[in-house]
Design a protein around this ligand. Structure first.
Ligand code: HEM
Length: 427
């Protein structure tokens, strides 16, 4: 295959391309002239751990248009302070209040994944901006979520509008960060304080703005998409009586939102049998790692019950939050939050998922196909009706993108699990 041809075919339909080559062609799939997708679980962990320094030390989270934000000491301070804020907010979480918020913010019929992003953004907005922040700044974040975070948001905007938003974002966020630096609060009140407080002397404000945007995308984008995937998969498969966190983990395994983690080699070497040089990019691909047939039985199937086995929790082929020094600082907290939201959405309600498509939205993050969620208070009558409902529904399929025969609506149920409580610090 010619190099341009490889790159074109990968770009046109990345998942189909990857599945055509993995794992038959080995643990590495060439996806461009100098790009390799890595699906071998052990090699993937080695690359991310980077114990022998064969890769430049960096992560997508701290990467901006100006290069890698640093030094690492500043990144570590941001990690610590951000985790403390998220943990404190979630520890104050009251399941009843969460249910009330879901009832208040989620319409009886809602369109997903957008509804999930908006719900999570609304819930975590005090984490992003403390309540005393200027309304104009809050309005800016609202616009960024609508025009840049939602699945396919970029395609929904004309170019001039995207450029205008980019300009407004850089300008307003930079001024806000400068103001926070002047105010110098001893304890960060929100993630804007966290970013402002980690700046080295002379650090560019627009670079700091981009790091803050990484938080916005993680909070409103990634968490919202994982919630949407969980609802989508549970609602398009036979009904199960399993803990919510098994569903969330299975959603993260099958459709990891962060499906590509790029790394740059510092020296020529072989990775999973493929030679790479310093001009190449090795893209660790959780999507492939999570579907490796040597590590998972029936890897393409949605089977939340697999998480009943203690060994599943130790499986090395599960890296939805990365691995090693750059592993997501909010991994356990995010999973617990999604499971808690899931439980709040499901509690005392009959849910029906109606997919509009089977094709995931593939961009930097992987979002589920659009679907409608009907959520009606459960009555004894609906509970009886549900018992007799058909089980199988449409499943997202990389092999058959665009199929529109997926309009079967499937009711679902879920019981909550005590392990949903936020866990202790692991990072
Ligand atoms: C379910 C939602 C989330 C997913 C799937 C996710 C995924 C990831 C992944 C894969 C990485 C590693 C990136 C790499 O190695 O290149 C990462 C890093 C990171 N994440 Fe998350 N994340 C989520 C939510 C969050 C939230 C809510 C926060 C904080 C509010 C957060 C903060 C971070 C930070 C600070 C890093 C940087 C680590 C470093 O380079 O030291 N993430 N995340």
């Amino acid at each position: 295959m010619l190099e341009d041809d490889i790159s074109d075919r990968f770009t046109q339909d990345p998942l189909r391309f990857l599945e055509a080559h993995f794992p038959h062609d080995g643990g590495v799939v060439r996806i461009g002239a100098a790009e390799y997708a890595l699906g071998d679980p052990i090699a993937a962990r080695d690359v991310l751990r980077n114990a022998d320094g064969r890769y430049r030390e960096h992560s997508d989270f701290f990467h901006s248009r100006h290069g890698d934000f640093g030094p690492r000491a500043a990144q570590l301070k941001i990690r610590r302070d951000a985790r403390t804020l998220v943990r404190d907010l979630l520890q104050r979480q009251d399941p009843q209040a969460l249910r009330a918020l879901v009832d208040q913010r989620l319409a009886e019929v809602s369109e997903w994944p957008d509804a999930g992003n908006r719900l999570v953004y609304g819930y975590l907005s005090p984490l992003l901006l403390a309540p005393d922040s200027p309304p104009k700044l809050r309005a800016l974040l609202d616009r960024i979520v609508e025009r840049a975070v939602l699945a396919n948001a970029r395609a929904r905007q004309p170019r001039w509008r995207r450029m205008l938003l980019q300009f407004q974002t850089t300008f307003q966020l930079s001024s806000a960060i400068e103001a926070r630096q002047r105010a110098h609060r001893p304890q960060p009140q929100d993630l804007l304080d966290v970013v402002a407080g980690a700046a080295e002397p002379g650090q560019r404000l627009d670079e700091l703005s981009e790091i803050y945007l990484s938080f916005l995308f993680a909070v409103a984008g990634s968490v919202g998409f994982v919630l949407a995937w969980s609802l989508y998969l549970a609602g398009t498969h036979p009904r199960r009586d399993v803990p919510a966190d098994w569903v969330v983990r299975e959603a993260l395994r099958l459709w990891p939102v962060a499906w590509q983690l790029g790394r740059r080699p510092t020296a020529a070497h072989a990775v999973a049998g493929t030679d790479v040089t310093t001009t190449d990019e090795v893209v660790v691909c959780p999507y492939l790692v999570h579907r490796h047939p040597d590590y998972w039985a029936d890897p393409g199937a949605f089977r939340p019950e697999r998480w009943a086995a203690p060994e599943a929790w130790q499986n090395p082929a599960f890296i939805p939050f990365g691995h090693g020094p750059h592993r997501c600082v909010a991994a356990d907290l995010s999973q617990a939050l999604v499971a808690a939201l899931y439980t709040a959405i499901e509690a005392d309600h009959a849910l029906v998922v109606t997919p509009h498509d089977t094709r995931p939205t593939i961009a930097a993050a992987m979002a589920p196909p659009p679907f409608r969620l009907s959520r009606r208070p459960r009555t004894p009558a609906t509970a009886v009706r549900e018992e007799g409902c058909p089980a199988a529904g449409a499943r997202p399929s990389a092999a058959t993108p665009g199929r529109r025969d997926a309009r079967r609506a499937v009711p679902m149920t879920m019981r909550s699990d005590p392990r949903l409580q936020p866990q202790g610090e692991t990072t």
